[in-house]
Write a protein that binds this ligand. Structure first.
Ligand SMILES: Nc1ncnc2c1ncn2[C@@H]1O[C@H](COP(=O)(O)OP(=O)(O)O)[C@@H](O)[C@H]1O
Ligand SMILES: [Mg+2]
Length: 149
């Protein structure tokens, strides 16, 4: 049986770290309509933060004019109670997604990043897909069951 979309939202914003809290609150607020547990909302905030941070610090790292760097978020709520969150950037892209997703892998050189972002996204959701092309950008799709009963 097809899992029907019963609600959806889209938002986009400039890739600035001040907008990270906007992003996680917007998605958490959309998710809260099915009355999920506090733990589920906390997981959603965590994974949205990780994906948005990656778009800002990796995807758009080399672009000076941040005003031209946009992050796109799309959420769909399915009849089954599953939330689909798509977080997309049009930044530098990832050459080798499989390697990038390994625990502790980071291209960060100043020791600020732990290389655990994708691992956290994986373990706090019920599914993750990463589509990326060098020079084109990255789309992370996360699935989360909102009602765990
Ligand atoms: N949106 C993105 N655009 C470009 N590269 C990315 C993006 N997201 C992740 N990456 C690459 O994948 C690596 C692993 O990401 P992650 O697991 O979040 O660790 P960290 O951010 O701590 O480096 C990053 O170091 C970066 O090279
Ligand atoms: Mg990261």
């Amino acid at each position: 049986m097809a899992d029907r979309i019963i609600n959806s939202m889209k938002t986009e914003f400039t890739a600035k770290s001040v907008n990270e809290s906007f992003a996680r609150t917007a998605v958490a607020s959309f998710a809260s309509q099915t009355d999920p547990s506090i733990a589920v909302i906390a997981d959603i905030k965590t994974v949205v933060s990780e994906a948005v941070t990656n778009a800002i610090v990796h995807g758009y790292a080399d672009i000076e004019d941040k005003q031209s760097c946009i992050i796109y978020i799309q959420c769909k709520l399915l009849e089954s109670g599953k939330l689909i969150i798509k977080i997309k950037d049009k930044g530098c892209g990832i050459g080798d997604v499989k390697t990038a997703m390994q625990p502790l892998f980071t291209t960060d050189t100043d020791g600020e990043r732990s290389g655990m972002g994708f691992t956290i996204m994986q373990s706090f959701t019920d599914g993750i897909k990463v589509k990326s092309r060098l020079g084109k950008g990255t789309t992370v799709t996360l699935e989360k069951r909102l009602n765990t009963n």
